[in-house]
Design a protein around this ligand. Structure first.
Ligand code: ADP
Ligand code: ADP
Ligand code: ZN
Length: 228
């Protein structure tokens, strides 16, 4: 963490955007730069599926088809993770909230814990680009660094830039059918949250069609202002 960016109060940053917008990619970069904890409900749900927990069993088929997991399950997972000590200094929520019910639950949770939303950043992208973004996506199996067949290959082919692993994985829901369903869910359930956070006075929008580094510079500026 860059010491000059130290934050005074516990604060929460929300990343909104359709599948493939770059939420995970940008959350990782902000984590490195500002020392915030990245909290991805997608990652938490995939871990629950892998562990075979009751929540994971209920979520698995829904996720595979590209639907949204029920608010009850997601809110319980989020609440549990946010109560852990490393989240006390602030978090980046990557993929939560995704429904009005989740947004209200988050407001209650933050009111209880004395945290505030520093900014809700909406990553704006064209639907047409999302299928390509998502279908070319893969990650390092060891450290989770994200890559893309066309837009971000490792510097040495087949070797993770961050940890040197040679194993990579792709998600079962990153196929054209599931992406179409995920985009529909985004427009129906999640896009209305843009107005919700605009009304709260915390909304920022970013052109996420730009290249990864340009998007990340713009986001770092927003975060710095939000915490100033
Ligand atoms: P994406 O790259 O599409 O943004 P995520 O990894 O955030 O993907 O989420 C993968 C899947 O996990 C979603 O399609 C959905 O099924 C489920 N999921 C993740 N976060 C939520 C949430 N906040 N509410 C409901 N379902 C969620
Ligand atoms: P999300 O978490 O919103 O679903 P990701 O961060 O996983 O999205 O990004 C989806 C894919 O697109 C990844 O393969 C990533 O490397 C790539 N990507 C992310 N941002 C950009 C960008 N600005 N330009 C081109 N490709 C990008
Ligand atoms: Zn790695």
């Amino acid at each position: 963490m860059d010491g000059s960016n130290a934050m005074a109060a516990p604060a929460v940053l929300i990343l909104l955007g359709p599948p493939g917008a770059g939420k995970g990619t940008q959350a990782r970069k902000l984590t490195d730069r500002f020392g915030l904890v990245q909290l991805s409900t997608g990652d938490l749900l995939r871990a629950a599926v892998a562990e075979g927990t009751e929540a994971g069993k209920q979520a698995e088929a829904v996720m595979k088809a590209g639907g949204l997991v029920s608010d009850d399950i997601v809110i319980a997972i989020l609440r549990d993770r946010m109560s852990q000590p490393d989240c006390a200094a602030g978090v980046i929520l990557d993929g939560f909230p995704r429904t009005a019910g989740q947004a209200r639950a988050l407001d209650s949770l933050l009111a209880e814990s004395g945290q505030e939303i520093a900014a809700a950043i909406s990553l704006e992208v064209d639907d047409a680009a999302m299928v390509e973004r998502v279908s070319g996506r893969y990650t390092c199996a060891k450290c989770g660094e994200g890559y893309h067949d066309s837009f971000k290959q490792p510097e040495t082919a087949g070797v993770c830039d961050v940890c040197g692993s040679t194993e990579f994985k792709r998600r079962p829901d990153d196929n054209a059918d599931a992406v179409a369903t995920r985009l529909e869910a985004y427009h129906a359930e999640t896009a209305p949250l843009i107005a919700y956070y605009s009304d709260q006075g915390v909304l920022k929008t970013v052109d996420a069609m730009a290249d990864i580094d340009s998007v990340s510079d713009r986001m770092a500026g927003i975060v710095q202002d939000a915490f100033a």
